[in-house]
Design a binder for this molecule. Structure first.
Ligand code: SAM
Length: 254
């Protein structure tokens, strides 16, 4: 069982202890349908129902473990520049996006986006209730219902500085019908990134598999491929997690 699946099983156990009869059917439904909005809506509805206080849920490592990969990419450009645009793609109810907004020294506009309107509403309500003060007063944060396979409907080419994906591509790749969606989301991300931008994928997938997949899936009409690097994030419950940094390659004449 991969760590991703273990995290998922633990989350489900927590939820379904409250309703044991539904456990196996809903777990099985989400396991096979992690690319489906309805499955995630059901998951976030059930994890939040009857819970008195919202608590961020992290599928694996939280902000503390990944900030060393994310924050150094938020550097102030030398010229006057609008806020750096950051997308947490498939944010769920993770604290990652709000923490980037809170801690960034340079102005950022953070968008926490998810296909599940339930997750988006929970995040929005929580932020309104807590009123986080950002380190840079010009920073902004927003929550958006968005399908990451359709980024082009929301973002122009070369408009984002950083895309963070913690577990979202994993969820797509491990779904019965999600592989093509994961490739589509990757290509859309590369198009939406600026020349200097990066996509960070946090995953427990082994580099032998993920690096080949990234390099292959990044090849498409109008894309010159991508440069891909990998670093270890750490070990959790005996499984190693990685940070894959993907930067769009640009044709010399573009
Ligand atoms: C494994 S969870 C990770 C959540 C969060 N990033 C974290 O680290 O806790 C995967 C997330 O991807 C979202 N998701 C699945 N398909 C998506 C899609 N096509 N577009 C946007 N989000 C999607 C799910 O709703 C879910 O919140």
């Amino acid at each position: 069982m991969s760590a991703f699946t273990k995290s998922f099983a633990l989350a489900c156990r927590r939820v379904y202890f409250r309703n044991i009869r539904q456990h196996s059917s809903v777990t099985a439904e989400l396991m096979e349908n992690m690319d489906k909005k309805s499955a995630w809506d059901r998951f976030y509805s059930e994890t939040s129902s009857g819970v008195p206080h919202f608590k961020n849920f992290e599928w694996f490592f939280g902000f503390e473990a990944v900030q060393g990969f994310v924050m150094p990419l938020l550097r102030a450009p030398s010229l006057p520049h609008p806020p750096l645009r950051v997308l947490d793609m498939g944010c769920g109810t993770s604290a990652l996006g709000p923490c980037v907004y809170r801690d960034s020294a340079v102005p950022v506009r953070v968008t926490c986006a998810d296909i599940s309107p339930v997750a988006v509403r929970l995040m929005r309500d929580h932020l309104q209730a807590t009123a986080i003060q950002p380190r840079n007063a010009s920073s902004r944060i927003e929550f958006l219902e968005l399908d990451c396979t359709q980024l082009d409907r929301h973002y122009a080419s070369s408009s984002l500085d950083l895309i963070v994906d913690k577990g979202t591509t994993d969820a797509l790749l491990r779904s019965r019908e999600g592989t093509e969606k994961a490739a589509w989301a990757l290509r859309q991300s590369l198009r939406a990134l600026r020349r200097s931008g990066s996509l960070l994928q946090f995953s427990d997938e082994d580099p032998d598999a993920r690096l080949v997949w990234l390099e292959t899936a990044a090849l498409d009409e109008g894309l010159a491929g991508a440069d891909v690097g990998v670093q270890e994030v750490g070990v959790l419950r005996g499984v190693c997690y990685y940070c894959y940094q993907v930067t769009p390659r640009h044709e010399v004449n573009t």
